[in-house]
Design a protein. Structure first.
Length: 95
């Protein structure tokens, strides 16, 4: 996972692993043809983006997007009890 742009790194990240995990990581680093820092940073940032992705935006392939749009074009349904629930005073507000 080598990148073509070199960035200046000034932050240190320390991680403890088991000997087995370290051996696995070292093998993956060697197989990727990069160094440990580049491998770890590249993979951690990918993982971080995946974790945070659904908190900011999401992407759908064309088929899923069309299904999403069909759902959103449906008329609203009158759900039993929802109207009464929405007019009831909130238990979380004083007064």
């Amino acid at each position: 996972m080598a990148t073509s742009t070199k960035r200046t790194r000034s932050e240190r990240l320390e991680v403890r692993t088991t000997p087995q995990d370290r051996a696995l990581i070292d093998r993956a680093v060697a197989a990727s043809g990069t160094d440990l820092t580049e491998f770890v940073v590249a993979n951690l940032t990918v993982a971080a983006r995946r974790v945070l992705a659904d908190r900011s935006e999401f992407f759908l392939d064309p088929e899923a997007r069309e299904a999403w749009e069909r759902i959103n074009r449906r008329d609203a349904r009158d759900l039993a009890g929802l109207r009464e629930l929405m007019v009831r005073p909130s238990p979380f507000v004083d007064g």
